[in-house]
Design a protein. Structure first.
Length: 80
C-alpha cells in the first residue's frame, strides 16, 4: 500500500520536473524567428535548451551581421 503510493508520487514528481523543459534543435532555422519563439517560451516560464546552434541560418548579408555583432560586443554595462 504505502510503498506503491510513494513510488507513484515520486514518478509524478519526476514527470512534473521535466514538464517545463523544452529542447530545441536550432539546425536550419532562421536566427530571428528562432529567437522570438525562444523568448515566448521563456516568458511562459519554460526552461529552454538549444542544441546545434552553430548550424543556425542568418538571413541578410554576412557583412551586415558581422557589423551588428561587433556593435553588440562593443557595448558594456555598469551593472551585473
Amino acid at each position: 500500500g504505502d510503498a506503491a503510493a510513494t513510488r507513484r508520487q515520486s514518478q509524478r514528481a519526476r514527470a512534473m520536473s521535466f514538464k517545463n523543459e523544452v529542447v530545441i534543435d536550432c539546425r536550419g532555422h532562421l536566427l530571428g524567428r528562432m529567437c522570438s519563439i525562444i523568448a515566448k517560451e521563456i516568458l511562459n516560464g519554460k526552461h529552454i535548451v538549444c542544441t546545434r546552434t552553430e548550424d543556425i541560418n542568418m538571413s541578410g548579408s554576412l557583412y551586415r551581421a558581422k557589423l551588428k555583432y561587433a556593435n553588440f560586443r562593443r557595448k558594456h554595462t555598469n551593472s551585473n
